[in-house]
Design a protein around this ligand. Structure first.
Ligand SMILES: Cc1ncc(COP(=O)(O)O)c(C=O)c1O
Length: 385
């Protein structure tokens, strides 16, 4: 008998919060026999650290999935962002433009280079970085733009790349939430000089914790591989031409990643199906604004999210505990980063502020059943009355 019951390992935002039976978690990794078998195989092989066949295989398969030339596997998404910025030479005194509505790791990655994150406001419809706001923030110190494909909808990369080209700036995509999202047939992870993905347990595929850099620049990828390994060039052992990091992914994580790659298309298709079911059931519910998918864009709905306004009858902050009482997990949108103590800024981001007050993420795991989604939608209708 297996000691694991992988399909019964829910991911909770608030791991310690009590939960009733049949509670629907915000996310849940889908792990199965293949993950178990490959990890076991890696353990038995003895290659449990940062060398081993699964690391190379995972890098190749994930890069191919994105349509990028190179993938560099690392410990987590934040580290992937930091390594990208560091490899591009971002340093103290520089500025990097980041959207105000994102997870704090986007700004933290900039902070760790010594540079300053500068916060752009976001678009009220897609919730992504607004290029007009970015344009207003470009200064002589700006070195890079970091678009974030928020909750799975791609940022407007044509406009962002045009600005970057005009002002000679790097573009580092934060694609932590958007595996497989696309504009036309081009997937995220291929629009800028470098991109970062996360494989934390609530992401579209997971390795427990983990991250990946993608790039079309082979020399940059080689530099990142050296930097992640204490800046030791493969051709000269224990010679360190600069200060590096230990940012390596381990073979056990990569084994899970390789197994997850077999199911990534299925996960994305299921997530899009779940979003369609939510959209159909919630359309027209007063006070609820649905997420969009702009024409030509593919939204992977990492977190299916809606906005809640006065017409709904409950505020977003009243809705979260009401859902919890009915066995449904949810979570609020991120606070705008310019309102957090380490990053407080005088430049207002009014759209990000409104979205952060009205936005709610609903359960979004690919393992959700149609009955569970129907129950969540029926509950949202009931609570509105
Ligand atoms: C937008 C965004 N950027 C970066 C990260 C950081 O990824 P990780 O938790 O793997 O460090 C996350 C998620 O955790 C995220 O949602």
């Amino acid at each position: 008998m297996s000691l694991l019951q992988p399909e019964k390992l829910p991911f909770f935002d608030h791991q310690l919060a009590p939960r009733p039976q049949n509670f629907i978690p915000i996310y849940q990794p889908s792990l199965g026999e293949r993950e178990e078998a490959l990890v076991l195989e890696a353990v038995r092989s003895g290659w449990i650290s940062s060398q081993g066949k699964y690391i190379v295989q995972f890098e190749r398969e994930f890069a191919d999935f994105c349509g990028a030339k190179e993938g560099v596997a690392v410990c987590n998404g934040r580290i992937a962002l930091h390594l990208a910025l560091h490899a591009l030479g971002i340093k103290a005194g520089d500025e990097v433009i980041v959207p105000a509505l994102t997870f704090v790791a986007s700004a933290n990655a900039v902070h760790y280079t010594g540079a300053t994150p500068v916060f752009a406001d976001v678009d009220p419809v897609t919730w992504n970085m607004d290029p007009a706001s970015v344009a207003r923030l470009i200064s002589p110190r700006t070195r890079a733009i970091m678009p974030v494909h928020i909750y799975g909808h791609p940022a407007p990369m044509a406009a962002i790349n045009a600005l970057a080209q005009d002002h000679d700036l790097w573009v580092v995509e934060d694609s932590a939430e958007a595996h497989g999202a696309a504009i036309g047939s081009q997937r995220t992870g291929t629009f800028g000089q470098m991109a970062a993905f996360s494989f934390m347990a609530n992401k579209i595929i997971t390795t427990g914790e983990g991250g990946m850099l993608t790039t079309n620049d082979t020399a940059l990828a080689a530099r990142c591989r050296m930097l992640r390994d204490h800046a030791m060039p493969p051709e000269r052992r224990y010679w360190h031409p600069e200060v590096g990091f230990n940012y390596r992914m381990i073979n056990l994580q990569a084994a899970v990643g390789v197994a997850q790659m077999r199911r990534i298309d299925e996960f994305i298709a299921r997530k899009r199906q779940i979003a369609q079911q939510y959209n159909a059931a919630l359309a027209g519910l007063p006070g609820i604004t649905l997420p969009v998918e702009l024409p030509g864009y593919t939204n992977v709905y990492w977190m299916y999210s809606v906005l809640v306004d006065e017409a709904y009858g409950l505020t977003r902050d009243e809705l979260i505990p009401a859902l919890r009482e009915r066995g449904i997990d949810s979570r609020p949108f991120f606070h705008p980063l310019d309102t957090l103590p380490p990053y407080r800024s005088e430049t207002p981001c009014p759209v990000a502020l409104r979205l952060s007050q009205q936005g709610i993420n609903l359960p979004s795991a690919p393992s959700l059943t149609a009955e569970q989604v129907a129950y969540i939608c029926a509950t949202l209708h009931d609570l509105a009355k």
